[in-house]
Every structure is written in structure tokens, then in C-alpha cells.
Design a protein around this ligand. Structure first.
Ligand SMILES: [Zn+2]
Ligand SMILES: [Zn+2]
Length: 193
């Protein structure tokens, strides 16, 4: 029997799905499952195109629902079959600039356990840095100037990432992969005392 032909789904998720680590979550899940395509924020929430065999895509949809990040809340999901494109891999792509926002703006999120551990660790480069954050926590409502939720549309756009932060932002294995609000004492805002 020949291998099943790939199918491609366009999956639009609405709700509180920006600023909660949703794109890194989708990226890791897709890579783990050998699914190709992309994920991006758009004006309505998160848009995914996923290509794989039909059974694999069914599992992917189940896992998207079951393992979503803790602070995410999907209020609507639209799935449509579209023509396969044969991408080489799976990517997080930049948001469409024209996207008008109906996505839910998140409230600021209290520091997560991982960030609290870092802020209290004298060996960590964010030791006692008050503006610590990651994909799971940190400022959201306070810094968002417009949707979609991307650093370029937050007040943190005035604070370009230092090389160490830029490396974390670009590393799919890092906790701050595409963490739009992240920074550190070297590149982020300072507390004037
Ligand atoms: Zn955190
Ligand atoms: Zn930095």
C-alpha cells in the first residue's frame, strides 16, 4: 500500500492565544510530529497551516486542544482543508502587518515558577532583574500598543535585545523562544531608584 498522500489544514484559533506561548507550543508539537507548515499570530488569534498524513493531522488537532499552554483559552476553532504545498519544515512566521485585532488582549501575568527561580538565583543573568518574563509570564496588557502581539507592537520595541537575549528568542529549545516581552538587565528597562 502506498503511503498516504499529505493533506494540509488551515487552522484558525480565536481567543486568548497571543502572549501565552502558543506559537512556541505549536512549533514544538509540529516538529515533534514531523508536521510541516507554519504558525503565526494574526488579527483574529493564531493561524496554523499544517501538512501531514490525515491520521497525523487528527492527532495534531487533538494535541493542540489537550496540551495548550496554561494561560491560553481557545474560544473558537475553524479548520479547512487546503492544497498541500510541500514545505521543507515548520516555522514561526512574522505576523501580517495589516491584521486588525479581534484577538483577546491578555492581562499581565504574574511571574511563573521558572522565572521566580531565576530571579532568586545569584548565578542567573536575570538575578534580581525586576522585568523578568518568559512565554508563560510577564507584562502583556501593560506593554501592548496594538495587536498582533509581537515585540514590534509593544513598548519593548524601544529595547532591542542584547545578543544573549536574541539567542534565547531564536532558540526553539529555549523557554523564551518567541517570548515577545523578554529582556534582561543588559538590554531591558531599568528601575530608577
Ligand atoms: Zn516566566
Ligand atoms: Zn538581554
Amino acid at each position: 500500500m502506498a503511503a498516504a498522500a499529505p493533506e494540509r489544514l488551515r487552522i484558525a484559533l480565536a481567543g486568548a492565544v497571543q502572549g501565552v506561548g502558543f506559537r512556541p507550543f505549536v512549533y514544538r508539537l509540529a516538529r515533534e510530529m514531523g508536521i510541516t507548515g507554519f504558525v503565526k499570530n494574526d488579527g483574529g488569534g493564531v493561524l496554523i497551516e499544517a501538512e501531514a498524513s490525515a491520521p497525523m493531522l487528527r492527532i495534531f488537532l487533538d494535541r493542540l486542544a489537550e496540551h495548550a499552554p496554561r494561560n491560553a483559552k481557545v474560544t473558537a476553532r475553524q479548520v479547512a482543508a487546503i492544497a498541500p504545498r510541500g514545505d521543507a519544515g515548520f516555522a514561526v512566521v512574522a505576523s501580517a502587518v495589516e491584521a486588525a485585532g479581534t484577538a483577546t488582549i491578555m492581562a499581565d501575568l504574574a511571574p511563573c515558577a521558572d522565572c521566580l527561580r531565576e530571579i532568586n538565583d545569584p548565578a542567573d543573568r536575570r538575578h534580581r532583574y525586576p522585568f523578568i518574563s518568559c512565554v508563560a509570564c510577564g507584562p502583556r496588557y501593560s506593554v501592548i500598543e496594538a495587536l498582533t502581539y509581537d515585540r514590534a507592537r509593544t513598548s519593548l520595541r524601544h529595547f532591542p535585545l542584547c545578543p544573549a537575549c536574541a539567542a534565547e528568542y531564536a532558540d526553539p529549545a529555549a523557554r523564551r523562544f518567541h517570548a515577545e516581552s523578554m529582556c534582561c538587565g543588559a538590554c531591558g528597562p531599568q528601575l530608577a531608584l
